[in-house]
Design a protein around this ligand. Structure first.
Ligand SMILES: Cc1cc2nc3c(=O)[nH]c(=O)nc-3n(C[C@H](O)[C@H](O)[C@H](O)COP(=O)(O)OP(=O)(O)OC[C@H]3O[C@@H](n4cnc5c(N)ncnc54)[C@H](O)[C@@H]3O)c2cc1C
Length: 314
């Protein structure tokens, strides 16, 4: 079990956390980068066309290059889930599920977002057995299959197009309102011969033992129910922040951690960057930039804390 003391603890290694780690390392800060995976959401996208320096690059390849740039003196990478975070004796402590406790003078939260769940029977049990939250990753598994997509926004429309592109037989697009996707996407699916729209409908159950075999949907207007025989269900109803293990930090109504323009949170010494924050634009380049800012703010905090401690000793 590690009880090492770092200058900075960084939790989350998406674009924000990895950029923060590079900046911290280059400032000579002893840094821990602890994350469930390296790459975050950018690993879920096939083609990125809006990261400067690359006309077009696969999301996972861009993240591989981010990670490649990290190693160096003073930076420790740990692949693990942070399960507890708290202030303790003037320091911060993060507990990894497998790696034990790690302490730091400052902390940067860069835990990003995760897909929202429906919270209906069958969803959890059949996750990875026909239930998916990532059409980029899993659509190719559903060639020639009947598939449901839940969510009428841009993500739902994009998932529908991804499934049509790989040759899904029929796509049932279920949304509790109308289709609200941008016209450029919505127009491609509205009159498509292999798309069946179910507006004002909700999924109430995902059926299946070993694999998904169907979904029950209920009309929000009439309350009538119908069962659709499908082999896959793509849940595309948005994202929510991974901010639960930071109960002390001030958050907005969406659960995003509130930061100022220096990435400072409501708690001195804790900084946050990227999609987990209230920052409006959720993009790789923005998250990376915020990670850089958070690292510079953390460096200033660590430097001041060191100076204060040195004065106290004298
Ligand atoms: C399908 C899709 C396509 C996209 N396409 C584009 C695009 O083309 N261009 C673009 O600019 N943006 C795109 N985005 C948005 C972009 O991916 C995000 O804005 C960006 O990844 C946010 O970076 P982040 O570092 O803040 O968070 P994330 O990328 O969410 O990374 C957070 C990291 O923290 C880790 N983590 C979470 N909780 C814990 C915990 N408790 N303990 C340890 N680790 C934890 C996660 O595993 C992850 O590695 C896309 C997003 C999606 C979902």
């Amino acid at each position: 079990m590690s009880t090492a003391l770092y200058d900075v603890l960084i939790i989350g290694a998406g674009p924000a956390g990895m950029t923060a780690a590079l900046y911290c390392r280059r400032k000579g800060l002893r840094t821990l980068l602890l994350s469930k995976d390296f790459g975050g959401q950018a690993n879920w996208t096939t083609v990125v066309e809006n990261y400067m320096g690359f006309m077009e690059i696969d999301g996972p390849e861009l993240m591989r290059r981010f990670k490649e740039q990290l190693p160096g003196e003073n930076l420790v990478l740990v692949e693990d889930e942070a399960v507890v975070f708290r202030a303790e004796d003037g320091l911060f402590l993060v507990e990894g599920k497998e790696s034990g406790s790690h302490r730091g003078t400052a902390a940067i939260v860069a835990t990003g977002k995760r897909p929202k769940k429906l919270h209906v029977p069958g969803e959890e049990h059949l996750r990875g057995k026909g239930v998916s939250y990532c059409s980029t990753c899993d659509a190719p598994l559903f060639r020639d299959a009947e598939v449901a997509v839940v969510g009428g926004g841009n993500s739902g429309a994009q998932a529908t197009l991804d499934l049509l592109a790989v040759g899904a037989r029929n796509v049932y697009l279920i949304t509790d309102l109308e289709v609200t996707a941008d016209a450029a996407l919505a127009d491609q699916i509205r009159n498509h011969p292999r798309v069946r729209l179910y507006p004002y409908s909700q999924v109430t159950t995902v059926h299946g033992e070993q694999m998904v075999s169907g979904v029950t949907i209920r009309s929000v207007r009439s309350g009538t129910e119908e069962k659709l025989a499908v082999e896959g269900v793509f849940i595309e109803i948005g994202l929510e922040p991974n901010s639960e293990i930071f109960p002390e930090l001030q958050k907005n109504q969406r659960g995003e951690i509130m930061v100022d323009c220096h990435c400072r949170t409501s708690s001195a010494g804790i900084f946050a960057a990227g999609d987990v924050t209230n920052l409006p634009e959720k993009q790789i380049i923005v998250a990376a930039g915020e990670g850089a800012k958070a690292a510079i703010s953390a460096w200033e905090y660590v430097t001041k804390t060191r100076a204060k401690n040195a004065t106290a000793v004298i």
